[in-house]
Design a protein around this ligand. Sequence first.
Ligand SMILES: *Cc1c(COP(=O)(O)O)cnc(C)c1O
Length: 223
Amino acid sequence: MTRTEPSSIADNRRAVLERIATAARAAGRETDDIALVAVSKQQPQEKIDAMLAAGQRVFGENRVQEAAGRWVDGRREGVELRLIGPLQSNKAREAVALFDVIETVDREKLAAVLAEEMARSGRAVRLYVQVNTGEEVQKAGIAPGEADGFIAACRERYGLTVEGLMCIPPETEPAGLHFALLRQIAARNGVAKLSMGMSGDYETAVRFGATSVRVGTALFGAR
Ligand SMILES: *Cc1c(COP(=O)(O)O)cnc(C)c1O
């Protein structure tokens, strides 16, 4: 039988959720403690609508502009939107208005502007600090050695609640090392949530304690 596009999107989602559940069980964890974030960046609208129809309600986008164009009107309703790409300070106002969660807080200037925007707008966006666990020059995120100080500054200087930490491991290294490092930084700073794991390594991330996984291609196909 040939599958139509929408049913294959629903099938993909079911398969990913099943693998998350299996990995959670193997790690002695509750499946409900792990959120699937469907990364919809650069995907065609019909696939995103099929994902919505399949019941998916949490989505990740990496660009403010692209997300603002896509998540309009009825589509935005009941959806939790997460920003998982780098944020420029001059887009902070728009990001605070659009997103429920911003996962890429990584410098004091941005923390300050976000605090200011949330106070101004009265919108409480949930914040994650991105940690550049592999210390890669091309990647955003605070260096692991500066993470404790930065988290403290977010809390004390800017009055922010740090809900979680996020990382994107280097492609050339075992992801588990980076997931373990992120978990360690979270534990010693009393941070509850861990956003880690993508299409290639989300089951590993679940084993290492991920509370949300960001999955794009395994759900939607190639971008
Ligand atoms: C694109 C992206 C993902 C999803 O990657 P896939 O390999 O397609 O699952 C996850 N996290 C971030 C930060 C991304 O930019």
